[in-house]
Design a protein around this ligand. Structure first.
Ligand code: 4FD
Length: 226
């Protein structure tokens, strides 16, 4: 998969060079290209924002630099073009999986109070939000999209990690897990997990999943099959 990210703050994407994502880029499983929108402004002072027509608070990103930045990406017409915005559809695990099937993603990060609507109308396929809160820019949401989508790309996760996350795919949250030592500062691992009785372990985990889901996310249980 190829992902182009358009931003006024390219330095914010430094973390993508490290960790699992960085490794995927090195192995050519993933191609990430950061584009500085300011490089495309035709304004002599490199200005990329202006006041909103009709008045109102704050500034908007002007259309020209964004238009030129997007249309100079090779294959931009066939790419799936996403604008990260608090008014977009909310990202879910199933939507992440759907996005991961695209060969080419273009992620547009807005700043200030957002961008000129004509860019959305002319070039954007979908406005996407990572949740109901407002951030100073679309960079962190874009990073969330890259990270979540990358997990579905072959060669990004090791064979010991499963793509189908326990949480969400089953419709319930994950049960508690423990590793060694069996006694940590007087706190014991639940007896059933060291009993060797796999059926009892499965039953215990299902109970725990149900209890934690009921406590933290009762909304998930309403339309559950188990
Ligand atoms: N919840 C999100 C995305 C972007 C953002 C921005 C209009 C502000 C939160 C368009 C206003 C973009 C999100 C930048 N904040 N801030 O996904």
């Amino acid at each position: 998969m190829r992902i182009d990210i358009l931003t006024l703050f390219p330095e914010m994407f430094a973390p993508l060079k490290t960790s699992l994502i960085g490794k995927a880029v090195q192995n050519n499983a993933l191609q990430i290209n950061i584009i500085d929108i300011r490089d495309y402004t035709k304004d002599k002072h490199k200005k990329c924002d202006d006041y909103p027509f009709g008045g109102g608070v704050g500034m908007l990103m002007t259309p020209q630099p964004i238009y030129d930045a997007i249309t100079s990406i090779e294959g931009y017409k066939d790419a799936y073009k996403v604008y990260l915005s608090p008014r977009g559809k909310t990202l879910t695990q199933s939507y992440v999986k759907q996005l991961s099937k695209n060969e080419h993603l273009i992620l547009l990060c807005g700043h200030y109070e957002g961008i000129d609507q004509r860019i959305i109308d002319m070039l954007i396929d979908e406005e996407l939000s990572i949740g109901d809160y407002v951030l100073t820019g679309g960079e962190l949401p874009a990073m969330v999209v890259v990270d979540s989508v990358s997990r579905y790309i072959p060669g990004v996760l090791g064979s010991s990690e499963s793509v189908e996350d326990e949480s969400f795919s089953s419709g319930m949250l994950e049960y508690p897990q423990y590793t060694r030592p069996q006694n940590f500062m007087g706190y014991e691992v639940p007896e059933v997990l060291v009993s060797g009785n796999h059926q009892k372990v499965d039953e215990w985990r299902k109970e725990q999943s149900k209890a934690i889901t009921l406590k933290n996310r009762p909304d998930l249980l309403k339309n559950n099959k188990t």
